[in-house]
Design a protein around this ligand. Structure first.
Ligand SMILES: [Zn+2]
Ligand SMILES: [Zn+2]
Length: 122
């Protein structure tokens, strides 16, 4: 049975977050609103939101994380592991590459983040 309250709660958590939450962190946040929610329910709602293209699922360092369905790329810091949203328009006009038709792309930038550069994170 479909529970729209749970579904929209999970959707809102992801859309109001910049931290690229994994399923368990989403579950922890859900419990604040719906104390009796189960981890299975969270997983089921996440799967249906992904299937309906309401949110996207990304895999970083072997962990699935959930994110807003807005075209953007990610910068991942080698040092602290933070994931930063990058809104780069540079690739959006690519229609073909090497004769293949492009309808989507996924770019991961990797390096050292600004905070690590400044020594703010250890
Ligand atoms: Zn860093
Ligand atoms: Zn993101």
């Amino acid at each position: 049975m479909r529970n729209t309250k749970q579904n929209s709660l999970i959707f809102n958590i992801i859309n109001n977050s910049y931290s690229h939450l994994d399923a368990y962190s989403i579950y922890e946040l859900c419990k604040k609103e719906i104390p009796n929610i189960s981890l299975g329910t969270v997983y089921r709602n996440l799967a249906s939101l992904v299937n309906n293209h309401k949110i996207i699922r990304i895999k970083i360092d072997g962990i699935y994380r959930y994110d807003k369905n807005i075209r953007h790329s990610h910068f991942i810091c080698h040092k602290c592991g933070c994931i930063i949203d990058i809104f780069d328009d540079g690739f959006k006009d690519i229609k073909t590459i090497d004769g293949n038709i492009v309808d989507d792309y996924e770019i991961k930038y990797k390096g050292i983040c600004k905070k690590c550069m400044k020594g703010e994170r250890k």
